[in-house]
Write a protein that binds this ligand. Structure first.
Ligand code: X2X
Length: 338
């Protein structure tokens, strides 16, 4: 008998037998295990505070619910995880609104160039009308976005060629951007040559010079060690980006209502804790990164914004999002939009 036939027979025989040992949960095991995937290493404040939430959820549900973290794109790229969260193969996913926009177009709206000047403005917008608008659109796709978005941060351009001081310095620069139409549009409008690459391939793309530049908040540049393969950090602060916690609606609805409430409550609590931690790091990491060899320069945002206006960037995106959504952004940005 060939190995294949034997395996098929054994499998068939086993499948036909009742297997109480396998169907009963071992003592102490959770009734519900929710996988939570993301693209950051465990040291990133997102995973530090997701771990804290997971511990509190296990305690508060008496061990019935377990949130299992899968950091560092272990379950695949962001594009893969977005597919998995829709199918239910993945129960929860930390996803940048801009990446989510390949599915829910308005979700990229907070990333419009230079829309927000500081964190207080961002949190008022994202916990207020702008966030509600985006969450409403996400809900139409049978995905539940938890109330509080987590901080990724204000993004800065890094590269291995030269300091970026004026928009012309970006001309023709091969810059990695995440997979999202808004990012490609913005860096094309600024005169660079953007390439869409998922985060799990960024380090090697920079190392092998498939691209020479990328843009991310300080915390990401630090925790993913991008300073090892980049030389200059220009404080462009060209957009703010955050991570929604997305949950597959069917998976959440399988929980007892009180367990579901605990999961949502504790993750929202950790969102607020993580914001404080990430904001502090994003403000404080400059010295550390300089010590690790990155050369910093300040940037006047005005000419970058002018370049975007001249390229029709704002008008084009206003037309895509529609006037209603655009006016919510305009109000949240306190007159920061052209
Ligand atoms: O992919 C990126 O650059 C990152 C880590 O910032 C996001 O998840 C959008």
């Amino acid at each position: 008998m060939s190995a294949i036939t034997r395996r098929a027979l054994v499998g068939g025989a086993l499948a036909a037998l009742p297997m109480p040992a396998l169907l009963t949960r071992p003592a102490g095991a959770a009734e519900f295990s929710l996988k939570l995937g993301n693209n950051m290493p465990m040291t990133h404040p997102m995973n530090v505070h997701a771990t804290a939430a997971s511990t509190r959820i296990r305690e508060a549900t008496g061990g019935r619910v377990e949130v299992q973290l899968f950091p560092s794109s272990q379950l695949g790229s962001d594009t893969d995880m977005l597919t998995q969260i829709r199918s239910g193969a993945l129960e929860m996913f930390f996803c940048s609104g801009l990446i989510l926009a390949t599915l829910v177009p308005v979700a990229s709206i907070n990333g419009i160039g230079f829309a927000f000047k500081d964190y207080p403005q961002v949190w008022a917008a994202m916990d207020g009308k702008l966030g509600a608008l985006v969450r409403g659109e996400i809900a139409k796709r049978s995905i539940f976005a938890l109330e509080h978005i987590w901080d990724n941060g204000f993004r800065n351009v890094t590269n291995s060629v030269k300091p970026i001081v004026k928009p012309e310095d970006l001309a023709g620069l091969r810059i990695r951007v995440p997979v999202s139409p808004l990012w490609t549009s913005m860096f094309s409008a600024l005169g660079a040559s953007p390439a869409s690459i998922n985060f799990n391939e960024v380090y090697s793309a920079l190392q092998t010079h498939i691209v020479d530049a990328q843009e991310n908040p300080m915390v990401v540049i630090h925790s993913a060690k991008l300073y090892e393969v980049q030389k200059y950090l220009s404080r462009t602060k060209h957009m703010w980006d955050g991570y929604w916690v997305l949950a597959n609606t069917r998976a959440l609805d399988r929980l007892k209502p009180e367990d579901r409430d605990i999961v949502v409550r504790e993750i929202n609590q950790s969102a607020l804790d993580q914001r404080a931690a990430a904001e502090k790091l994003n403000n404080d990491l400059g010295k550390t990164l300089e010590g690790l060899g990155l050369q910093f320069n300040d940037v006047d945002p005005a000419p970058f914004r002018e370049k975007l206006i001249a390229a029709g960037f704002y008008k084009g995106w206003q037309a895509k999002y529609g006037d209603a959504a655009w006016s919510v952004l305009a109000e949240a940005s306190g007159g920061g939009l052209p």
